[in-house]
Write a protein that binds this ligand. Structure first.
Ligand SMILES: Nc1ncnc2c1ncn2[C@@H]1O[C@H](COP(=O)(O)OP(=O)(O)OP(=O)(O)O)[C@@H](O)[C@H]1O
Ligand SMILES: [Mg+2]
Length: 254
């Protein structure tokens, strides 16, 4: 039942350097698990390996019981792996509504009958989909801005929109790369509350949070992986890891 994501002895060498070095980690559903570590530790690269944009040299990446490490990125996405990029990506010249609407079709059912089913139910579907889209906009607090072009939103609002797109895409594993970076304290609070609500309301969702903001980590993550020079150097409960002398020396320079 509690399967989530299991990374087993994964390594990746780029230009002769072991960027990800024998990483083993488990990320459980219904939970926000943080992945922290200094700049260049390999956190984003590990995300690339999970999404399939990079292929591991060795090891296994098992999601919901299947090894996804050799699948193409779009297939991995269909298996439910979604990602919030370090730089926010929304469609500037689409409205807020259309941004979320387009995300609804990210993962279409792989069935030869799908186009027929789609046609016969289209009218009803459109109404249903509209409700669904507004439920996601409500969830992130953007329903009043449905008709605004995404390019006109503040950076923080674009991040909320990117989260709404992830939800609309139906992804069950959310890889979040520094979601609070560049946000003001009010917006950070908002984003963290949304993340907590996501795993609270859907225990099937797994969130991996890459963060440099330690108070954000303390606030939402119960468990932390600490990565350094491509390796998982430490794993444990958040207060343990952040309180560890070695972690503080390597990371916080204390
Ligand atoms: N395509 C590549 N070829 C060679 N080296 C790379 C490549 N991509 C990343 N690297 C190197 O891999 C290391 C890890 O990078 P990565 O972006 O995964 O770190 P990170 O933990 O996400 O850091 P940050 O916290 O700064 O985002 C860095 O030294 C980086 O320069
Ligand atoms: Mg990074």
């Amino acid at each position: 039942m509690m399967e989530g994501l299991k990374i087993k002895r994964v390594s990746k060498t780029l230009n002769g350097i072991r960027i990800v070095d024998d990483v083993t980690a488990t990320f459980l559903p219904g939970r926000i698990t943080a992945l922290i570590g200094p700049n260049g530790a390999g956190k984003t690269t590990l995300f690339h390996l999970i999404t399939g944009e990079l292929k591991a040299d060795s090891g296994e990446i098992v999601y919901k019981g299947d090894d996804i490490s050799k699948l193409k990125p779009y297939i991995i996405a269909r298996r439910g792996v979604g990602r919030l990029f370090q730089d926010v990506r929304v469609f500037d010249n689409l409205t807020v509504f259309d941004n979320v609407a387009s995300a609804c079709f990210d993962q279409e059912v792989e069935s030869p009958w799908y186009p027929f089913v789609k046609c016969s139910h289209l009218k009803r579907k459109i109404r249903e989909i509209k409700d669904v889209i507004y439920s996601y906009l409500n969830f992130v607090g953007l329903s009043d801005m449905d008709n605004i072009y995404a390019g006109a939103l503040s950076y923080g609002q674009q991040k909320l929109l990117a989260i709404a797109r992830l939800l609309a895409g139906g992804y069950s594993l959310l890889l979040l790369d520094e979601p609070t970076a560049g946000l003001n304290p009010v917006m950070i609070k908002k984003v963290l509350e949304i993340l907590e609500r996501i795993v609270e309301e859907d225990k099937g969702k797994t969130i991996i949070l890459v963060e440099h903001n330690m108070s954000a980590v303390t606030e939402v993550a119960d468990w932390v992986y600490f990565m350094n020079e491509g390796k998982i150097a430490f794993f444990g409960r958040t207060d343990h890891v952040l309180g560890d002398k070695e972690v503080r020396e390597i990371y916080l320079g204390m």
